[in-house]
Write a protein that binds this ligand. Structure first.
Ligand code: ZN
Length: 317
């Protein structure tokens, strides 16, 4: 159910993606542009969640502007298109996925198991594409209007990319915290600190906000610039925000144990709670902030038993 009944304004609407359906990789909605020159293979991934349109805006912008890599290969993916096609503006949160969250299936047990959901089948169709990437940018948006954030694992290999992207200026690091089901950025070599491929998530702002599309375009251009794929004068138009990132480390991920999980207040994210403060009541259980306090990251709008509902983080110096 919905923690807050008010819906955000829907400023971004789905675009017709039928022109992008037939790609050149034998998988629908996947296009690879090969510069013919040596260089990395990078992937810009939109629509991991069907109702998060900012990535779709960024990828269609790359198509419309005819952006082609100066070196290496660039692959553009519209991921969970089945979920995207179910968007209903009267129920804008219902089309995050069809049957199963596409961003919680990236472990081999799920990918090679018996699950026959639409979302897992799509993941199976895409996994060999993702496995080719040297770098992957996974574009998302948030349920609530909180500052945009960059999310990645703690591996040293991610530092230079995070530093190059710089903004958004909230960086959230997930050290060994496992959500129920693996996110795409932990799939295969991405999650292996000893392997070179890197993947990170950018949460570009609130779902359906026009600004989330603008931010997604900017961060995508900096990502392509990091890979040396676009001319310097184009990259210069998308300089990061001034200022140093504030970094947070996720300490714990709360999972709803019952259907009665309720937050103690209408949290939206980045609230700083003192140690012992009530976060939520889950059935008969009170869930309180750990001793040293915590910062709430991305409380879910739709609470579902067995799913993660909020991350607890601490600011890093
Ligand atoms: Zn998302």
């Amino acid at each position: 159910m919905d923690q807050h009944s008010a819906l955000p304004p829907v400023e971004l609407m789905p675009k017709d993606l039928s022109a992008y359906r037939k790609g050149n990789r034998g998988v629908d909605y996947v296009h690879t542009f090969d510069s013919g020159r040596p260089g990395p293979h990078v992937i810009v991934n939109a629509l991991t969640h069907g109702n998060e349109f900012c990535g779709m805006i960024a990828v269609t912008t790359l198509f419309e502007r005819g952006i082609r890599p100066l070196r290496g290969k660039l692959t553009l993916v519209f991921a969970n298109v089945d979920a995207y096609h179910r968007f209903d503006p009267a129920q804008p949160f219902e089309s995050r996925f069809v049957e199963r969250d596409f961003n919680r299936v990236w472990d081999l047990d799920t990918l090679e198991g018996p699950d026959e959901t639409v979302d897992v089948k799509r993941a199976r169709a895409l996994r060999h594409i993702y496995a080719e990437a040297d770098a992957l940018l996974d574009l998302h948006s948030t349920s609530y209007a909180v500052p945009p954030m960059l999310i990645h694992e703690p591996h040293e290999k991610l530092r230079p990319l995070a530093r190059h992207l710089r903004s958004p200026l909230h960086h959230v690091i997930l050290p060994g915290v496992k959500h129920p089901g693996r996110p795409l950025i932990q799939y295969g070599a991405f999650g292996d600190p000893a392997a070179t491929p890197v993947a990170l998530v950018v949460e570009c702002g609130q779902h359906f906000a026009r600004t989330s599309g603008d931010l997604a375009i900017g961060v995508t251009m900096r990502f392509l610039d990091y890979a040396g794929m676009i001319p310097a004068d184009l990259a210069a138009q998308y300089a990061p925000l001034a200022g140093e990132p504030q970094r947070y480390e996720v300490m714990d991920v709360l999972v709803a144990k019952t259907d009665q999980f309720r937050f103690a207040a209408p949290f939206v994210g980045f609230e700083e709670l003192a140690g012992g403060a009530l976060i939520a009541v889950d059935g008969d259980e009170e869930i309180r902030a750990p001793k040293g306090g915590c910062t709430l990251i991305m409380p879910a709008r739709r609470i579902l038993k067995g799913r993660d509902v909020v991350s607890l983080a601490r600011p890093l110096a």
